[in-house]
Design a protein around this ligand. Structure first.
Ligand code: MN
Length: 260
């Protein structure tokens, strides 16, 4: 229950993208502190193979310290797992003073109910991803993975990422229409979540297709806001991008973090 909140997702923070991290730190100083709550809807980090492995890195310590400073300045920080950082655990969350949210989560902000999700669970046209997801999100598999030595976890995570990138690039080249469908949420899954939660205002990330939709199916209708991913590091190939959604008593609006 908050009078105002600002939401972000898909920053994919990594030491090799310093300008994106720099914009994030600036965002924490300015936009975030102007709200009662900061809600991170997943994929804050490019990948995560366990708190023990990351906690030692100076970059991840710096991110935790900056997040903690936001809490200490009076803005409550929430974190929902994405498909890349779902192994982020309680120990790192404690260090960053973030409260971990379940996915999906209904939250009251500015006297309205908002349905929050990372979004990958709604991409049901991609059957093989959903199969993969149900395996890697199982507590037993996670426990076994976290028992492996760190170097092996990093190796597995990076080979999974490069496989999925290679597969994406192949499909994008030969069947762009398939990428278009598989990479987006489905109307059926979205309607299912709206019905299950009874909440008609949804916010998610993951698809990297920032937008606002008014949708309906089978007598139900709802509004859906999609957050942008962030990239301030490759101006020669990718236009700088990054946004946040601000919810206050005045309503919801998108903050363009490139121009502001
Ligand atoms: Mn994602």
């Amino acid at each position: 229950m908050h009078a105002s909140a600002v939401l972000i997702s898909d920053l994919h923070l990594t030491p090799s993208m310093p300008r994106t991290a720099e914009r994030f730190f600036e965002f924490l100083e300015k936009e975030a502190r102007a709200h009662e709550a900061l809600i991170i809807l997943g994929d804050l980090f490019e990948y995560w193979v366990g708190d023990d492995a990351k906690a030692r890195s100076p970059f991840h310590q710096e991110v935790a310290a900056k997040l903690k400073a936001v809490s200490q300045a009076g803005t409550k920080v929430y974190f929902m797992h994405g498909n890349r950082d779902f192994l982020l655990g309680q120990s790192y969350a404690d260090k960053a003073q973030m409260t971990i949210l379940r996915d999906p989560q209904v939250m009251t902000i500015a006297n309205q109910s908002w349905l929050l999700t990372h979004g990958d669970v709604l991409c049901t046209a991609d059957k093989s991803y959903q199969r993969f997801r149900s395996v890697v999100r199982s507590p037993l598999v996670q426990k076994l993975f976290l028992m492996l030595p760190t170097f092996l976890r990093i190796k597995i995570a990076s080979s999974l990422r490069s496989n999925s990138t290679a597969q994406y690039q192949r499909t994008q080249k030969f069947h762009p229409e398939i990428v278009q469908v598989k990479g987006d949420v489905t109307l059926n899954a979205t309607a299912g979540l709206v019905a299950m939660t009874g909440c008609q205002q949804m916010i998610h990330g993951h698809t990297h297709r920032p937008s606002y939709h008014q949708e309906s199916l089978g007598g139900q209708s709802w509004q859906r806001w999609v957050l942008s991913d962030w990239d301030f590091d490759h101006p020669e190939t990718v236009l700088p991008k990054g946004n946040a959604l601000s919810i206050t008593a005045q309503g919801i609006r998108s903050l363009d973090l490139v121009r502001s």
